[in-house]
Design a protein around this ligand. Sequence first.
Ligand SMILES: [Zn+2]
Length: 139
Amino acid sequence: MAANLLNARDMALHACLCAASRPLSAYDLLDARRAAEPRIAPTAIYRSLTKLEKAGLVQRVATLNAWIARPPKLPAEPSVLAICDSCGAVEQVAEAGVIQAVTDAVTRSGFHPNRPVIEVHGHCPRCESETDPTRSAPR
Ligand SMILES: [Zn+2]
């Protein structure tokens, strides 16, 4: 399996992403690894991220040019990302029907999708209730 090919650096980067409360860019990860690997190059970070993405352990947030760890309970399929523009939190929603509907729609127009990505920007329930005290977070 692909996960067996992951090395110590890959797993260290995955641990950084698991511990982060927001998406991390490749340069955030580079800074995080500099103490352990002073001579690490950005290309090494990108190589690790590619391996982790293929293993289904991380997901790229295209609109932020950053990465997040995928929760183990989510299947390694495309998911809808809800991105909070206030705190940077990203919620991954396994919503196969939405992805399939968008894929079907573009396919009908003759387009051949190979990597569907749906990212929705807005405010998470916590930030929304802080900015608008008349609203409360859903239970
Ligand atoms: Zn938020």
